[in-house]
Design a protein around this ligand. Structure first.
Ligand code: PMP
Length: 414
């Protein structure tokens, strides 16, 4: 479901890359090839300018003072909320600004699930979840007596609608699943999950950290109850993200932070809460971050999310096929249907050493467990290398990665 109209023709991606000042540098004597966007994306000049403009021209707090600068800051902050909300097919009133995906998922876990789950209730997850979409539910289970249930993945790492159906029981009260896996690049069947869950009033929480940057997303079309995502993975600033929640679900949740700006009335003994989403935004928010994120969304919309999705998918599919064809390289995840990320290992060489040799050639990748240790265990590995692609990458970057891995082989005599 497309929420952002795509331009008719795809952009010239090499020209798009010019908008990112970080790409103008050389690293270790080579043109930088940035393949770590799943960790955090680079920022275009338009986003940097929007943040600088806020700090230089109207660095005021929001929703407080009546002076001109404060009015401008409040207007820009709320315009950013509306823009980000529309980007994922939501109304502004259902979008809570958070510090990022992690905080959004914790808000649902602490604010909603602890209040509503009972002993014996089941929380449905998958073995591929990022720790941010696992550890909060472990804590909820400990606090409430609910039980974690894991829907199995296929041998090549996919979550099928059949596996969801087989794992769903009459006790399932909540399902929390990534939209797109940060290791395997797989897109999960969220609509099927929602259809099943809503038959018995179970709540669906989606970790959108890796989908919002790449796919046209409509929370309304998906029908999810909650959807958490981060600005910094989609060309925006660090330190800000959002939680979309269906308003009736948000109203059922307790705030995480109590204090200024989240109240309706306060006397010495008691307080009542402001309406959603403001009751979840206690304290001074990340005003510059929100404004920068609004600029990032405008940037992405200008390019067209359909084009961005097709581009990062094509690069990842090409890279996966070419890496799998190299001797000694194992690629994880399904051969088809991959979005933006390729996790792999070089036989006999530690992933950190692979990343180091690639870095010496100016190629930035991630090595480690990618905050998905249960998935690493399921794959019978400790860690892997991960190359992740975004709108500023090109086919030439895939060539550089393939050449870089040949160099790894030469370096380690393999
Ligand atoms: N979920 C997934 C799938 C992720 O990839 C990430 C970021 N690596 C997170 C959650 C956490 O996001 P953040 O650090 O922005 O809170």
């Amino acid at each position: 479901m497309t929420t952002t109209p795509a331009t008719t023709a795809p952009p010239t991606w090499a020209a798009v890359a010019q908008a990112f000042p970080a790409l103008r540098q050389t690293v270790n004597g080579h043109r930088l090839v940035y393949l770590d966007s799943a960790a955090t994306s680079l920022k275009p000049q338009a986003v940097i300018d929007a943040v600088v403009e806020y700090y230089a021209d109207y660095p005021s707090n929001v929703h407080r003072s009546v002076h001109t600068l404060a009015g401008r800051a409040t207007e820009a902050y709320e315009a950013a909320r509306a823009r980000v909300a529309a980007f994922v097919g939501a109304d502004a009133q259902s979008l809570v600004f958070t510090r990022g995906t992690t905080e959004g998922l914790n808000l649902v876990a602490s604010g909603w699930a602890r209040r509503h789950l009972r002993p014996g209730d089941e929380i449905l997850l998958t073995p591929a979840e990022h720790h941010s979409n696992l550890v909060p539910w472990q804590q909820v289970a400990k606090a409430t007596g609910a039980r974690l249930v894991f829907a199995p993945l296929t041998a090549d790492g996919r979550l099928t609608a059949e596996a969801i159906r087989a794992s769903f029981t009459s006790r399932t009260r909540l399902a929390a699943v990534a939209h797109v896996s940060n290791v395997l690049g797989t897109e999960n069947p969220i609509r099927e999950l929602v259809a099943l869950a809503h038959r018995q009033d179970a709540v669906v929480v989606v970790d959108g950290a890796q989908s919002a940057p790449h796919l046209p997303v409509s929370v309304a079309a998906l029908g999810v109850d909650f959807f958490a995502f981060s600005a910094h993975k989609m060309c925006g600033p660090t330190g800000i993200g959002a939680l979309y929640g269906r308003p009736e679900r948000l109203r059922e949740a307790d705030p995480l932070l109590f204090g200024g700006e989240m109240i309706a009335e306060v006397d010495q003994e008691h307080a009542t809460w402001a309406d959603v989403p403001y009751r979840f935004e206690g304290g001074t928010p990340h005003v510059a971050g929100a404004i920068g994120w609004g600029a990032a969304v405008a940037f992405l919309e200008r390019l067209g999310m359909d084009h961005i999705a097709a581009h990062s998918r094509a690069l990842a599919m090409d890279a996966a096929a070419r890496l799998a064809a190299l001797p000694r390289v194992s690629v994880y995840g399904p051969a088809g249907g991959r979005q933006a990320v390729v996790a792999f290992n070089y036989d006999g060489v530690h992933p950190h050493d692979v990343a180091q040799v690639l870095d010496s050639q100016g190629i930035a990748v991630r090595a480690g467990h990618h905050c998905a240790q249960p998935l690493m265990a399921a794959l019978s590995i400790q860690s892997s290398v991960r190359a992740s692609f975004y709108l500023y990458n090109t086919r030439e970057d895939v060539d550089r990665l393939v050449d870089g891995l040949r160099e790894v082989g030469r370096y380690f005599g393999r």
